[in-house]
Design a protein around this ligand. Structure first.
Ligand code: GAR
Length: 187
């Protein structure tokens, strides 16, 4: 099967990146990971790219033209699809126009609830009964693009932020690959 050349954007641990790298080895999985971009030179996730000989590009998002630099390398590497996996930076409208309907993101809540940061503390504070993760298309508004897949679990009395995060990430490792398969089935 011809796989779509994909770039994963990260900022931190990169456990979703690692999971997607593993999935991408399946013959039938629609994407290949040809580039990893990190806005954090110390991101733990970079090691997964290195271990798998995937090119890494570190971008300094404090520089004004950083998106042009990203666009240039994406072009060089002939990237056609982007997955944001814990990328903690908002992407501009202009950038999105270059990859219309081709950028997806994973978020650790049941959107439209709890957009933005500090999701787990807000979920606990709000006494939610259930939570989960969402994979969605990226548009100009924060965590607001069309939803591709959601998975949820019921919150237990003793679930603290750490437990919620680990339960949510466990669901993300299933939701993200499933969402990618769904996106490419539609095309
Ligand atoms: C993931 O849980 C993802 O949902 C979250 O960052 C984590 C990255 O984990 N993303 C956001 O909060 C975006 N708003 P990872 O680096 O281990 O894949």
């Amino acid at each position: 099967m011809v796989k779509t050349r994909t770039c994963i954007f990260i900022s931190g641990k990169g456990s979703n990146l690692n999971n997607l790298i593993k999935k991408s080895r399946d013959y039938n999985f629609p994407i290949n990971i040809n580039l990893v971009i990190s806005n954090n030179p110390k991101a733990e996730g970079i090691k997964h790219a290195k271990k798998n000989s995937i090119p890494i590009f570190i971008v300094n998002t404090k520089k004004r033209n950083f998106e042009n630099k990203i666009l240039k390398i994406l072009k060089e590497k002939r990237i056609n699809f982007i997955c944001l996996a814990g990328f903690m930076k908002i992407i501009s409208r202009n950038f999105l126009l270059n990859f219309k309907k081709k950028i997806i993101n994973v978020h650790p809540s049941l959107l439209p609830k709890f957009k933005g940061l500090n999701t787990f503390s807000r979920i606990i504070k709000n006494k939610e009964k259930k939570t989960g993760c969402t994979v969605h298309y990226v548009n100009e508004k924060l965590d607001s693009g069309n939803i591709i897949i959601q998975k949820f679990f019921y919150i237990k009395k003793n679930d603290n932020e750490k437990i919620l995060k680990s339960k949510t990430q466990y669901l993300e490792y299933r939701a993200f690959p499933e969402a990618i398969i769904k996106v490419f089935r539609k095309n």
